[in-house]
Design a protein around this ligand. Structure first.
Ligand code: AMP
Ligand code: ZN
Length: 116
């Protein structure tokens, strides 16, 4: 997708702080970290959101989760971490390229959604 921010990060048009890359997956530090460790894991193939995962591309979502586990290990998140994939307007998704936030490095609290 030529006008997709994360496609541009994947192909190097926009710089990023890469933490992991393989044939299927690219991972980089979030530009506005919300925890001591805040990394985005994305499939190299453009998938708009979790709502667009299907039988044909689900292996790419799985590759992202395999990468997330490796990254959590390499980042030293032995105390645990959270994976979030915002999908669609109600979730607050701002970049329409499937991405898994990995958050960790401190206790993250028990709430999954903002309560206010
Ligand atoms: P979401 O709101 O779930 O769509 O998440 C998008 C994330 O992308 C936000 O946490 C942003 O801080 C992050 N982000 C936006 N632009 C960049 C960028 N150029 N490099 C790294 N992270 C970015
Ligand atoms: Zn894209």
């Amino acid at each position: 997708m030529s006008d997709c921010l994360f496609c541009k990060i994947i192909n190097g048009e926009i710089p990023s702080q890469r933490v992991y890359e393989d044939e299927y997956v690219y991972a980089f530090r979030d530009i506005t970290p919300q925890a001591p460790v805040h990394i985005l894991v994305v499939p190299k193939e453009h998938i708009a959101s979790a709502a667009d995962i299907d039988e044909n591309n689900s292996h790419l979502a799985a590759k992202c989760l395999v990468a997330a586990a490796k990254i959590a290990n390499s980042e030293g998140l032995s105390g645990g971490f959270r994976i979030i994939a915002n999908s669609g307007p109600d979730s607050g998704q701002t970049v329409l390229h499937l991405h898994f936030h990995i958050l960790g490095g401190k206790p993250l609290g028990t709430g999954l959604v903002a309560t206010e």
